[in-house]
Structures are given as structure tokens and as C-alpha cells.
Design a protein around this ligand. Structure first.
Ligand SMILES: C[S@@+](CC[C@H](N)C(=O)[O-])C[C@H]1O[C@@H](n2cnc3c(N)ncnc32)[C@H](O)[C@@H]1O
Length: 194
């Protein structure tokens, strides 16, 4: 059982987590037409994906934690939403999506260049929210499964240099200090035929 399996049951109980997800949802909604099939990777219990479901045609979640996937599916069923999650790693996905979204997950993914390439294979549009560059003090439980202490705007531009990138700070998580959260929108460059 990994750390996220252990935390799945009480994942939604932390108000600052719910607030962060709300900010992500609020900033993605204006970009949706309502007819999109959306993939949420690192979907967790669905704090972001399930709240976007009423604004999309279908939400598919993937997460490497079986317990998170269970929680997502329980909530989706209870709320009668067109959303379903699967226990999968984002790197296993080959299906195409209109939009791919992700919140607070890429700091757990080591190879962001490889992630950028994978996303190119499956979609034309991506929204990613995560921590701005931090000093390693965000995860008070320790940094065992943390691959990046957030990301600066410059790093993101470098990692996702194959995409048009729009960057914005959308929220601040209040802990022992404020941790800004960015949202990036990635879209294909005009001359991109790959
Ligand atoms: C910090 S949680 C965020 C969950 C949710 N997006 C939210 O905002 O509440 C990160 C999630 O990403 C999942 N995860 C980490 N690496 C992953 C990968 N390579 N593919 C899919 N899910 C992954 C973890 O299991 C965990 O549930």
C-alpha cells in the first residue's frame, strides 16, 4: 500500500486541499465547451475531475493508487456523474483525449520531458496545476515520493518547449507560509504537425 492508498479515505477532509482544487476547477471551466472527453491523470479522489464533470462530456481519471481510484468511482456513482477512474500510470495511456488535465501530480513524476512527449501523443490541449518552486518544506510528512520541489516558470517553459504555454498563478496554499500554485495551459504550436 503506497502513501496515497493510505491517505485516500481522508483525502477530502483537508479544507486547504478542497480550496486548491476549487481554484483549479474555476480556472479551467472557462476553457471548456462542454463536449470534451477529458483525462485527469493523478486524479486522486476526484477533487478536480469530478467537479469538472458537469462541464464536460466525459471524465476519465487515472491514478497509480488503487484506493484513490476506488474513492473517485464511489463518489462518481453516488453523484451520478459521467466519470470513471482506472488504476493506471499516465505513461500507460494510449487513448486520445480532447483535453488532459492534472493537479498536484507532476511533482511526483520524475521525467517531465517524457511526460511532455506522452501528452503530445494523446492530446492537443493540457491544463496542469502544481506547486511553484519551493524550498522542500511543503510536504511536512517528508519528501520520499517527491521528485521536484515545485517548478519555476522558466523550468516549465524548458520542459514543455514543444508546446505553446500560458502560465498563471491561480492560488496560494497557506501552511507555515504561502505556497503559490500555477496553472499552465499547453496547446500545440501552429506549425506542429506531429
Ligand atoms: C497529490 S495527489 C493529487 C490528487 C488530486 N489530483 C487532487 O488534486 O486532489 C497526486 C496523485 O497522483 C498520483 N500519481 C502519482 N504519479 C502518477 C502517475 N505516474 N500516473 C498516475 N497517477 C500518479 C498519486 O497516486 C496521487 O493520487
Amino acid at each position: 500500500m503506497n502513501r496515497f492508498d493510505k491517505e485516500a479515505i481522508s483525502w477530502d477532509d483537508l479544507p486547504r486541499r478542497v480550496e486548491l482544487a476549487k481554484a483549479v476547477v474555476k480556472n479551467i471551466i472557462p476553457h471548456l465547451k462542454g463536449d470534451e472527453k477529458i483525462l485527469d491523470f493523478g486524479c486522486g479522489s476526484g477533487l478536480v475531475g469530478l467537479n469538472l464533470a458537469p462541464f464536460a462530456k466525459e471524465i476519465i481519471g487515472v491514478d497509480t493508487s488503487a484506493k484513490m481510484v476506488e474513492k473517485f468511482n464511489e463518489k462518481a456513482k453516488k453523484l451520478n456523474l459521467n466519470a470513471k477512474a482506472y488504476k493506471k500510470d499516465i505513461f500507460e495511456i494510449d487513448e486520445k483525449f480532447d483535453i488532459v488535465i492534472s493537479s498536484m501530480t507532476i511533482h511526483h513524476i520524475k521525467d517531465i520531458k517524457a511526460l511532455s512527449k506522452k501528452l503530445k501523443e494523446i492530446t492537443n490541449k493540457v491544463f496542469i496545476a502544481d506547486l511553484d518552486k519551493e524550498d522542500g518544506s511543503f510536504h511536512t510528512r517528508g519528501n520520499d515520493d517527491v521528485c521536484h520541489f515545485g517548478f519555476s516558470k522558466e523550468e516549465l517553459k524548458e520542459y514543455f518547449d514543444d508546446w505553446e504555454i500560458e502560465y498563471k498563478i491561480i492560488h496560494k496554499v497557506k501552511k507555515h507560509k504561502n505556497f503559490p500554485i500555477f496553472l499552465i495551459k499547453l496547446s500545440r504550436k501552429n506549425n506542429d504537425t506531429k
